[in-house]
Structure formats: structure tokens, C-alpha cells
Design a protein. Structure first.
Ligand SMILES: Cc1cc2nc3c(=O)[nH]c(=O)nc-3n(C[C@H](O)[C@H](O)[C@H](O)COP(=O)(O)O)c2cc1C
Length: 196
């Protein structure tokens, strides 16, 4: 069974980002025979990335990296901070190997990544394509469509209340699994990888 990991890149709890990521995960689990897991960074005491080898990380950091390495598809959500993704999510990206000197693992390479950002307003909706998109590209991932941006007015008490945005998040979750399966059945999509 393939495994879909949702990453909520927020230290808040409750977290709007987590709610949005969980909506996508639940839709995928309802539609497909897929295992879903959630990595909410508020629940993990991550070490600060310092370039050590992957097997030298311990505790929560090792657990988080294991979860990532053992997943086939990803929903990555962030709160918008200063027009970009959160610092704690940047630290996680710095921890994730990409098959070179830190580790042979490249968990995001040739894998689908559905992107979500939650912000106070719509002003920073381009943070998905201009901030998260490039990091997905750096890892050699396939971005699922253009992701989903959610603003504060679409929540009430950290619960989503906007049916249209709920629908978009649900489609994102299901499309991420569709793309994952297409990659698994492919010859070329599964071997492309980043050029450098
Ligand atoms: C340090 C900080 C910076 C923020 N910067 C922005 C921003 O640039 N644009 C925006 O729309 N919202 C910004 N926000 C609001 C959060 O993105 C928004 O409340 C988000 O939905 C919080 O998600 P969470 O509940 O998962 O932490 C900022 C919030 C904080 C704490």
C-alpha cells in the first residue's frame, strides 16, 4: 500500500495549516487504498540542520526523517511568514536528503508533492509558486497542479468553513495519489530526477 505523508510546517497548535493538510489527506484516504500519516512540526522537537550525515540525527529528528523516507507521496503545507514559507519548514527542507553526500536517500525525488499555503489574506498567494515551488523543484519532485492557497476568512475557529476551498483541498489530496500511481506505473517519470 502506498503511503501519503502530510507535512504541516507550523509550530502553532491548533494550526490552520494542519487543518488544511488533514482535509487533503482525508480525501485521499477516502478515495484510495492508501496509508496516510501526518508530520505536524509542532509535535516534533527538530534539531537545527547542520550538515551532519542523516544517520547521526536522533530522537524526533530521526523519527521525522524516517517518516519522510518511508513515504511515497507528499502534501506539504505552510503558514505564510513574510511572504514565504515558515522558518521551521525551511529547517526541515535543510534536513531532508537528496541523494548526495548526506545520504543515499532521495525521498522527494520523482515523487508528487501537493502544496498548500495558509495566509492572513490573499496577498501572498504566489508564495506557493514562487517560494514552495522552487524547493520542490530543487528536490526533483513533481508539483501537483498549482497547489491550494487558503486565507483566514475561509476558517472559523481553525475549522474550514468555505466549501469551495474544502473541495479544492480534497481534489489536491486525490490528485496527489493519482499522480503517485502514474509515476509508479511509468518508465520515464520515475527516472527523470533533477539534472544537478
Ligand atoms: C511571523 C508571522 C508572519 C506572517 N506573515 C504573513 C504574511 O506575510 N502574509 C500573510 O498572508 N500572513 C502572514 N502571517 C499569518 C499566517 O500566515 C496565518 O495566520 C496562517 O494561516 C497561520 O497558520 P497556522 O495556524 O498553521 O500557524 C504571518 C504570521 C506570523 C506569525
Amino acid at each position: 500500500m502506498s503511503s501519503l505523508l502530510g507535512i504541516a510546517g507550523s509550530l502553532s497548535n491548533p494550526s490552520k495549516t494542519r487543518t488544511a493538510v488533514e482535509t487533503a489527506l482525508q480525501a485521499a484516504a477516502d478515495a484510495f487504498d492508501v496509508e496516510t500519516n501526518l508530520l505536524h512540526l509542532a509535535d516534533y522537537d527538530l534539531a537545527t540542520a547542520d550538515g551532519r550525515k542523516l544517520d547521526q540525527y536522533t530522537g524526533d529528528t530521526a523519527r521525522a526523517l524516517d517518516l519522510i523516507i518511508n513515504s511515497d507521496a507528499f502534501i506539504i503545507g505552510t503558514p505564510v511568514y513574510r511572504g514565504s514559507y515558515s522558518g521551521i519548514l525551511k529547517n526541515l527542507f535543510d534536513l531532508i536528503p537528496r541523494g548526495q553526500w548526506q545520504s543515499k536517500h532521495a525521498p522527494l525525488e520523482n515523487r508528487p508533492v501537493g502544496l498548500i499555503a495558509t495566509g492572513a489574506t490573499d496577498h501572498h498567494y504566489l508564495s506557493i509558486s514562487q517560494e514552495l515551488g522552487p524547493i520542490a523543484s530543487f528536490f526533483g519532485s513533481y508539483q501537483v497542479g498549482d497547489g491550494v492557497y487558503v486565507n483566514a476568512s475561509q476558517f472559523k475557529d481553525h475549522e474550514l468553513k468555505d466549501e469551495e476551498i474544502i473541495g479544492r483541498l480534497e481534489v489536491l489530496g486525490k490528485a496527489t495519489i493519482e499522480l503517485s500511481r502514474s509515476i509508479d506505473q511509468s518508465t520515464f517519470l520515475s527516472s527523470l530526477g533533477p539534472q544537478f
